[in-house]
Design a binder for this molecule. Sequence first.
Ligand code: RFL
Length: 376
Amino acid sequence: GRTKVVVIGAGPAGLTVANLLHRAGIDCLVLERETREFIEQRARAGFIEEWAVRELERHGLADGLLRRAPTQGSFEFRVDGVRHQFDYAELTGHRHFVYPQQELVKDLLTGYPGPIQFSVEDIRLHDLATSPSVTYAGQRVDCDFVAGCDGARGICQSYVPATITRHDYGIGWLALLAEAPPSARSVVFGIHPLGFAGHMARTPSVTRYYLQCSPGDTADDWPDDRVWTQLRTRLAVPGEPIIDGPLIEKRVLPMHNYVLDRMSAGRLHLAGEAAHLVAPIAAKGMNLAIHDALLLTRGIAAWYDGDPSTLDGYSAACLGRVWQYQEFSLWLSDLFHGSRDPFTHQLIQARLRRLLNSRKAAESFAEIYIGQHADF
Ligand code: RFL
C-alpha cells in the first residue's frame, strides 16, 4: 500500500500528529504496538499547560478537555509543617488543565477517522533517505514521511544517527494512584528531610501521590502502611489530613532524562519521548510531546505546499523548548530533593523565601512552570 505519512505509536505525540495531518487533508496510517483497550487505560500524565490546550482547541481537538477538565492555577509548598501557596495564574494569566492522559488519548482516538492498526509488532523502516517504506507482519507501506512517535522504548530512535545525552538524578519516585479523593485543593509539593512527597488531583475519586525513594527500590519495599505513614509525615500540616484509599498503582520510576541532539534522519522525524525524556518532576513530558506534534505537522504541511525549510528547522525548533524544560526540571529537582541535612535544608528555605517574597523571582518561575505561549 501507499500513504503520505506513516505514524508509529499512538500516544499523545502520534495521535496529535495523526489528527492534525488528517485535518490538513494529508493521508496517514497509524501503527500501534499495543491494543486499543490497553492504551485507553494507561494512566500517566495529568497536567496540560494552557498554551497546549489552546492549540488543541484551535484544531478542534479539545472539546472533551474543555468540557471535563478542571483547571488549576496554584500549588502549595509544604515545609516544616507550614503551607506556602503559590498562585501562578495570578502572575501569568494561565492555568493547567487537569485531564488524565488516557482521557486525552481516548478523545484523540475518537477524533481521528483515518486508518489505525493496533497490536502491530516488528515494525521496520527502510530507505529513509529518499523513498521510505515501513514493513510489519508481511506487509509493506510506501510513504513520503515516517513520524516516529513510539516513545522511550520504541524502535524509531535507533534509525536516527544522533548523539544522545543523559542525566540520572540518582533517585527514584514511587508513583502511586490512590482510589481516594484529593487531600488538598491544589497540587502539593512536600519538601522534607525524609525526601520529597507530592500530591496531585486527577479526578474527584482518584489522586496521584509521589514519594521520593531509592532508585533501586521496588514496589515490594513499599507496603501500603509504609506509603501512608510516609505521605502523612512528609506532607503534614495541621488540620489537613491525608485521605487514604486503595492503592491502584504503585511503581518505582527511575528519575532520568535524555535528549537526542537531532530528531530527524532523512524522511524520518521523531516526536515526543522517542526523541527526549524528561523525568515527571515538572510535569512537562506530555506537553513537549504535543509541542513536537504541532511543529512536525506544520512542517509536513508546509513541505506539501512547496516549502521544505520549516521541516528542515524542525529539530532545532523542538529542542529549544526541550532544553528549557530540562533546565527547569533540574532546578525544581534541586528544590524538591535538596533537603538532605540541616545546612541544605536552610538553603532550600532561603530559595523558597526568595520565590515567595520576590515578585520578580516568582514571575520568572511562574512563566516556565506554566510554559509559554509559543507562536506556531
Ligand atoms: P508514549 O505516550 O509513550 O506513546 C508511545 C506509543 O508508541 C507505542 N509503541 C510502539 N508502537 C509501534 N511499534 C513499536 N515498536 C512501539 N513501541 C512503542 C506505545 O505503545 C505508545 O502507545 O509517548 P509520547 O506520545 O511521546 O508521549 C509522552 C508522554 O506519554 C509522557 O511524556 C508523559 O506521560 C510524561 N508524564 C507527564 N507529562 C506531563 O506533561 N504532565 C504530567 O503530569 C506527567 N505525569 C508522566 C507523568 C509520566 C509518568 N510515567 C509513567 C513515566 C506521570 C508519570 C507517572
